[in-house]
Each structure stands twice: as C-alpha cells, then as structure tokens.
Write a protein of this length. Structure first.
Length: 98
C-alpha cells in the first residue's frame, strides 16, 4: 500500500478497500486476534503460500508498456515539413537574463 499511487478520487476508493482489508486482517495486541477472527470466527487471509515469479511479472509489465506505446504511436499525427515552411519556435531562454 505504501507504493500505491493516488491521482484521482476513484483511486482513493480502491485504496480505502485495501486499507480496510489490512485493518480487519491484521493482528491486534489488545484483542490478541484480528477483528475478523473475532467477528467471523476465522481469519480473512488463507494459509496459501505466496509465490511470485518476479521475472515473469516484470516481463508482463514490459509487454504492457510496449502495447501502450504502440497504441499511442498509432494515434500520433504525422508531420511533414518542407524547406521554407513556417513553423513556430519556442524560446525558453527569453526573459531569464535581466
């Protein structure tokens, strides 16, 4: 959750579900159990070992980025300039030296 990026209101909604789950699933020293275990008689988190293939996950992310870049490039407009065409130039240095 510490690495989750929140940019819009809908991101907050998804993030709050994760926070709520974490609070309900975490062990509380005062109760000596988790709130879920007290309410439902069992833990929310199953005893399934967590195994992640980080190389596969990284490759999946690279593939997704490549697909997104390809889609964005397909929507990009082609510009063809010929000698003598008038173009607008941006000069960021104007006004910096006084």
């Amino acid at each position: 959750m510490r690495t989750q990026e929140i940019n819009t209101a809908s991101d907050w909604e998804a993030f709050l579900h994760n926070v709520t789950f974490a609070l309900w699933a975490s062990h509380h020293s005062m109760l000596n159990t988790s709130p879920t275990q007290d309410a439902f008689g069992r833990d929310m988190i199953a005893d399934i070992p967590h195994k992640t293939d980080w190389a596969e996950q990284y490759q999946r992310k690279l593939d997704q980025d490549a697909r997104n870049n390809k889609r964005e490039r397909a929507m990009r407009r082609e510009w063809h300039y010929a000698p003598g065409d008038r173009v607008l130039l941006k000069n960021d240095a104007v006004g910096l030296m006084k």
